[in-house]
Design a protein around this ligand. Structure first.
Ligand code: TXA
Ligand code: MG
Length: 329
């Protein structure tokens, strides 16, 4: 099968293209589509066979559950059992947008979505292509559109790289806005807990619902693996965001990083650097730059560390998990 890439306007999605994509979804096929965070690889959330196919083409571990993307709140009521007050407040404030919440699931949600857990992750994206596609087909299961372990797909080319010939269609609305995956908050236990930091920060959330917990793996990891931590969010224990090049996380200024690059080049390495000029841009471009450096067969990528607050917490979480070495000056 040859994978088609079709351009679609995110402000005003062409209904004919949406129909074509939703027909594929209804037939149990996979469609990659843009969201404001990263591209998603979508399938009908009520079609176990189609969901299995997502896991197969992504090579995704079968214990890593996926997010259900919805169009409106009537869909939410069919997916989750009850919605705690605090979850309602966050929904009111941040949906549609880059926030995923985890709640107890209803029986009709297939085990293939949740990997057998009794909870389900749900989010309402703000990208209009995503919303129209869901509206015209069904709630969509959609992990990030990348091979498991690789940097997430933040443009159609990246998605094509990973899935050419494996899926029928990629909807291309250009580069994503945010570039990092959504914030994930679980309401399964009494006290809400942040499982994955994203563009909606812990501070923004606490302003609405008061103090929340933060999963230890987010702050305490120096480097990639969280082997000893209990995986509340199963995705956390898997290798993630890794380009082929070795990633060095550098707590250093621009001059020091350039110096380091010089040294490494002397040892015959092809070295790329990613500096923090503007944190939003850094986040937005991180995954596509990693992929670009891989394409150019770089050996090493040096990423500049940033302060871990606001979007910085989300960015550093990805950088720590992608890197295999840390340098400090
Ligand atoms: O921004 C995003 O969230 C993107 C776009 C496409 O919407 N999607 C995305 O999906 O990042 P994925 O599958 O790459 O990440 C989903 C995360 C994983 O870390 C997974 O372990 C966690 O959500 N998750 C899903 N269901 C869960 C559940 N029931 N309990 C705990 N964690 C869950
Ligand atoms: Mg992912």
């Amino acid at each position: 099968m040859k994978t088609k890439i079709i351009k679609i306007n995110p402000q005003k999605p062409n209904p004919k293209i949406i129909k074509m994509a939703s027909d594929l979804i209804k037939r149990g096929e996979l469609v990659a589509f843009p969201t404001e965070t990263v591209y998603g690889l979508g399938a009908d959330a009520f079609n176990p066979q189609a969901i299995k196919e997502i896991y197969r083409v992504k090579n995704r571990p079968l214990d890593n559950p996926s997010i259900v993307h919805i169009y409106d709140l009537s869909q939410l009521k069919k997916i989750v059992k009850e919605i705690p007050e605090n979850a309602k407040k966050l929904i009111k404030e941040f949906w549609p947008g880059p926030l995923t919440i985890i709640l107890k699931k209803q029986k009709r949600i297939p085990d293939e979505v949740t990997c057998g857990l009794n909870s389900v992750a749900v989010r309402m994206p703000s990208n209009k292509v995503a919303l129209e596609l869901i509206k015209n087909s069904s709630p969509l299961v959609a992990p990030s559109a990348n091979l498991s372990g690789k940097p997430s797909g933040s443009n159609a080319k990246a998605v094509f790289q990973d899935f050419n010939t494996k899926i029928p269609l990629i909807l291309d609305s250009g580069k994503v806005q945010i570039g990092l995956e959504s914030t994930v908050v679980s309401f399964v236990n009494k006290i809400p807990i942040l499982l994955r930091p994203g563009a909606i920060s812990k501070q923004q959330i606490e302003k609405i619902i008061g103090k929340i917990k933060i999963h230890p793996s987010i702050q305490n990891t120096e480097i990639s693996e969280n082997k000893n931590l209990k995986a509340i969010s199963p995705g956390m224990k898997h290798k993630h965001y890794s380009p082929n090049a070795r990633v060095i996380l550098a707590y250093a200024n621009k001059t020091q990083i350039k110096q380091l690059k010089k040294q490494l080049k002397k040892q015959k390495n092809k070295v790329g650097i990613i500096l923090n000029k503007n944190i939003e841009e850094y986040a937005r471009n991180l995954f596509s730059k990693m992929r670009e450096f891989d394409y150019k067969k770089y050996d090493i990528i040096i990423c500049q560390a940033v302060d871990e607050n606001g979007l910085g917490l989300a960015l550093m979480n990805r950088l720590k998990r992608a890197s295999s070495q840390v340098v400090r000056f």
